[in-house]
Design a protein around this ligand. Sequence first.
Ligand code: MOS
Length: 768
Amino acid sequence: MTQTQTQESPALPRAGRNVGKPIDRVDGKAKTTGAARFSAEYPYPGLAHAALVHATVGRGRIAGIDVTAAAAVPGVLTVITHLNAPPMKPPPPVSLLNLESLASATTVNYLNTDEVHWHGQPVGVVVAATLDAAVEAAALVRVSYEELPARVDFAAAEGRAKPQKGNALQPGESRKGDAEAALAAAPVSVDLRYTTPPHNHNALEPHATTAAWDGDRLTVHEGAQNIAWVRGHLAHKFGVPAQNVRVISPYVGGAFGGKTMIWPGTILAVLAARVTGRPVRLALTREGVYRTVGGRTPSIQRVALGANEDGRLTSLIHTSITRVGAVGGGPEQVTSQSRHLYDAENIFVQQNLVKLDLLSNTVMRAPGESIGTYALETAVDELASKLGMDPIELRMRNEPERNPLDGKRFAHRMLREAYARGAERFGWADRTPEPGSMRDGRWLIGMGVASAYHPSWQFAANVTVRLSADGTVVVRCGFHEMGMGGATAHAQITADALGVPFEAVRVEYGDSDLPTGPGAGGSGQTASVAASLLTACDKLKRSVLALARRSSGSPLRGVRPSGVEARDGGLYQAGAAGRGEAYAAILARAGRTSVEAQVGSETRMGALAGQVRFMSKLMLDRRRWVKAACGAQFCEVRVDPDTGEVRVSRWVGVFDVGTVINAKTAASQLRGGIVMGIGMALSEATLVDPRHGRIMNPSLAEYHVPVHADIPPIDVSWLNEPDPTMPLGLIGVGEVSITGAAAAIANAVHHATGRRVRDLPITLDALM
Ligand code: MOS
């Protein structure tokens, strides 16, 4: 593993000892020894098991259901269908003032309707004393349908695409000048069409829910990316106050957006528990995840670039068509990077949508930019070929000083530095530009580059920090740990902010009884929690100092907050020789067992006010700055000239992600994104039957994610320059590295073979 040494950054707490270090994850041991308990592993006395019955038509009405055979299976407790399910409230209407409403994966009121909206929609749930009985019985439920015509074929729907309506944060369309006219007049141009397939979520841990009612109180164990949304949504559906619902989610076996929305399995597990009066576990099979959890949209994209002979872009056009479900899903920001990456004189970007009778699409690692950068960054490479110019040189010639569309300032932008360092680490200078000119024995060698780009996000986060008289600190925040190392990062930040050892800090997370945290999404969770955490630590230090200042016995008596620093487990006057005292001594003298500081409010009005405040600040911020992470991806492939087999043999990624909190977990995040990008480029594709919308490959045997043998050593590094507009200078690391990855591979494949593949994945047949 290689990574750049971390440097001391000006935005860090002065006595920082932990931020930046490659500290092992605090949850690592529990996860690797099997001690960690996931949501399908909670034992309850009398636990029953549930299994879903899926619709086998793309659209229609249920004409009849015969549960006789299913109900006769020994151990079956009940078969719940729309004929006998108690009423639930329909999903809440979407509103920005009710953030939980954004969590509705679909508009369907499952088992409260006879309508079928997608092939695979749950039309029944079997509850049994054993898992085997539930699964066996679910297969015996006979459902007949009045089938209705279903629109499921994305390729055939192209002509029906309509421009997406934008909003303040995410425009559907942007333009500068007349890009079409400039394209027509350009001395050199490309005008290209790219297509990408749907992708499905394949976290290691399939979705699972364990639900238990106690009167009108509900406990749910659920691997989730937004426990506050799960709580709010279930409270709404089942008509109980939100405080009656507790969502417990300390361990999540991977999640890349698929555990953000509320999917039917969660709701039906809770329903099953309510109907049977027993705790119920519903663990989806891998196929169940494909049938009931949305994935990434397919896309049709046009990228057209016009340039002068010197490579200066005169025109940049990027338009996309993606799909949403008739019952839900949202636009993915396929063109977002094209608004910011190149200083073209004329720009036109536009996103278009088609609605199909399929399960809603949903967020999946860098929704939008992951596939958008594939098209844009391949097209830039194609233009470089046409110009006879080095693709890095072409990019640097068009690197903007300010946001190309409107002249807004970049909060932070170090793409030049990323390319310079990447080229050196990768050995780009050794590349001979002619396609097919590099060989190693029989293997054709190709080298490609592409830019990575992902906007940075921040959300509201409530936290409390409590310092005890024994010098230990407890941070409480209902954030999410899907394996990225949040708990570790926040212990590092807290330790430095309070000047205590890392080991003295315990971070509590993954429980809706904790102060409401941000969702784990948009690569924004760490920055969001960090912002509130720093404020809370500051408040805490002031409270402790106030105790000391009042005391005649304290060396801090009368000292102002600005003259005090936190270090060595206490507060000291600034300067190495500054006098002060340990927290323990201050608290003991004041007769206090602990001091606590809080950020955010848990009351309904307080939370709403906080949300409004936060959103206004975010909008203001966005008016002033363009905020994002970026990076340079370098890839080497080897292509077998006879079989078309593509192996990725080397990778260098250099990222501009601001301050890195933990060098080990950040490196893993960045590597993980590249691995997912390799899957996107070479193997991943969901196959949808164009007749009725059935997903035909709902298993890891037929939907190919990369395995270890597909992945070379991945050299990731970062520039570690803080973003002055972000808390601690940190930008998220979760998503940026999947962007640009597929383009780097496609460009390397072209360099190796002279073949341009404009349709993902790049399988052997495309190169034969
Ligand atoms: Mo994500 S798609 O921000 O989990």
